[in-house]
Design a protein. Sequence first.
Length: 189
Amino acid sequence: MGTLIPLVVLVIVFLLIAVREVGNVDFRIWQVVLLGAVAVLVTGSIAPLDALASINLDVMLFILMASVWQSGLFQPLIEGSLLDLGAVPVIVATGVVVSQFISNVPFVALFLPAISRLGTSTVGLMALAAGSTIAGNMLILGAASNVIVIQGAEKEGETLTFAEFARVGIPLTLAQAVVYILWLSLIPA
């Protein structure tokens, strides 16, 4: 019975979303999902702390980045920027630095609409891919995959400290950034 309630709630959530889309009914998807979450928690089929512990933080970062973009909070920073956000060095450097705080994939989810809005070229998009990719080489938090691998290693009794990772990662990433910037700057826009 413990797994039946969440399954029923999931089916109801999907049905309500389908009704919203097909039937053109006006309610927000977050309201349906919240209703489902409350139903599962109230019925006691999942303990609240277990539910919180099982939340995928990567997914939450995507939701947060989409919310930041949709809120309009980020757009004034772009429009008021003194930097040329379409320039290859700026895109690569921004990708490397900001990814250390929010991870590389959520950074792309936030920054891609920004540079697309500016009419960035294919070279600019390649710079975004390069900067966000090498960000994972700089510090552990630069890519969620680093955290996953290190957690797996720790379960096996191995450890890699932040300082050990940074000792190799920082010079490697700086060298990679220089190569990418020089290479991408040679490509006509």
